[in-house]
Design a protein around this ligand. Structure first.
Ligand code: COA
Length: 295
């Protein structure tokens, strides 16, 4: 009988590991908090006592998520519409958060854009759009929140990726954008450490059930051949990222800044491609059916 690989059990809730009230009186400001990984990160921080403001482009979806988060956690959640590419809208979102809660302690720079496209088929505007959302959006979020984090001696988490540790085909836009996010966090940590502000990066790997995973996964009958290989035997869960978030914002991580923490079950060390290689770059049209169509 062949040896069976270990499959890591599902994650536990952060409240079974960390005390309920560790973030009581704290306020989180999270871009991209209306859905997916960032919504789960926000929920976990709120479950430990924080109030939150979630920021995104679609107010209906945000408001529904804010209602979910408040009823799931018993703490307050403000939905604020802003596009992270627009510094003025972000400043207004921060002003509304301060008006409602009086402070910001934690920031998650999570708003991101992604799709699969090779350089040969990616327009300048497509490349620029992802850089503007991920990299410039992160910078704009830092600029708008920094005075408040200095005041609270707060902490940033930037949501990045592991794609740029290697040359991942069809991901030049995201790889360039996330490399810049990692670099930005390191400079922020060094410049703001003396002011009492920490900055770290969480780099999620394949996290099941998320929009990002849906966009990056191969589609169609051959898709199963391109599943990510995971040393810990399963795809990640949003709770895996949420638990790392609670740790990094907690006092247990007080001496950790300027770091990039992959939450990927060890996947970064395996070279798995989402599409057949080199066929995907030799003939992009041949793999078109494996790529999520534009909405
Ligand atoms: N393949 C190739 N190019 C694409 C594309 C795709 N699937 N989707 C968008 N683009 C290009 C567009 O063609 C356009 O370039 P063009 O003007 O040269 O044609 C450019 O990207 C901007 O697209 P647009 O739809 O106008 O931008 P947007 O601001 O409305 O959307 C995206 C931004 C493209 C990143 C969109 O996918 C998005 O909003 N995503 C947010 C959610 C998300 O990606 N979540 C997962 C995060 S991991």
């Amino acid at each position: 009988m062949p040896a069976q690989a270990h499959v890591e059990p599902p994650p536990v809730d952060s409240t079974s590991v960390f005390k309920d009230d560790i973030f009581k009186g704290k306020v989180l400001f999270c871009t991209g908090g209306g859905s997916g990984i960032c919504k789960a990160m926000t929920e976990a921080v709120m479950r430990h006592g924080a109030h939150a403001a979630i920021v995104g482009r679609k107010l209906d979806r945000l408001q529904a998520s804010a209602n979910d988060l408040a009823s799931a956690t018993g703490n307050q959640c403000l939905a604020v519409q802003a596009d992270v590419r627009n510094p003025k809208q972000l400043q207004e979102a921060v002003a509304k958060t301060i008006e409602k809660f009086g402070r910001i302690d934690f920031v998650i720079c999570g708003a991101a854009g992604n799709f699969l496209a090779p350089i040969s088929k990616l327009s300048e505007n497509g490349f620029r759009t992802v850089i503007e959302i991920d990299t410039i959006g992160t910078y704009n979020t830092i600029k708008a929140t920094l005075p408040h984090l200095r005041a609270s001696k707060g902490s940033y988490i930037h949501v990045s990726a592991t794609l740029h540790y290697k040359g991942t085909p069809y991901q030049v836009h995201v790889s360039a954008a996330k490399a810049a996010v990692d670099a930005t966090s390191a400079v922020l940590a060094v410049e703001e450490g003396p002011h009492g502000v920490r900055s770290n990066v969480i780099a999620p790997g394949p996290i099941a059930g998320t929009e990002g995973m849906d966009r990056l996964s191969a589609k169609g009958p051959d898709a199963k051949n391109f599943a990510w290989a995971t040393p810990l035997g399963r795809y990640g869960d949003v709770k895996d990222v949420a638990n790392a978030t609670v740790f990094l914002f907690s006092d247990a991580a007080r001496y950790i800044t300027g770091q990039v923490i992959p939450v990927d079950g060890g996947c970064e060390h395996l070279r798995t491609e989402p599409l057949p290689y080199p066929q995907s770059v030799l003939d992009p049209d041949a793999v078109a059916a494996m790529i999520k169509p534009r909405l």
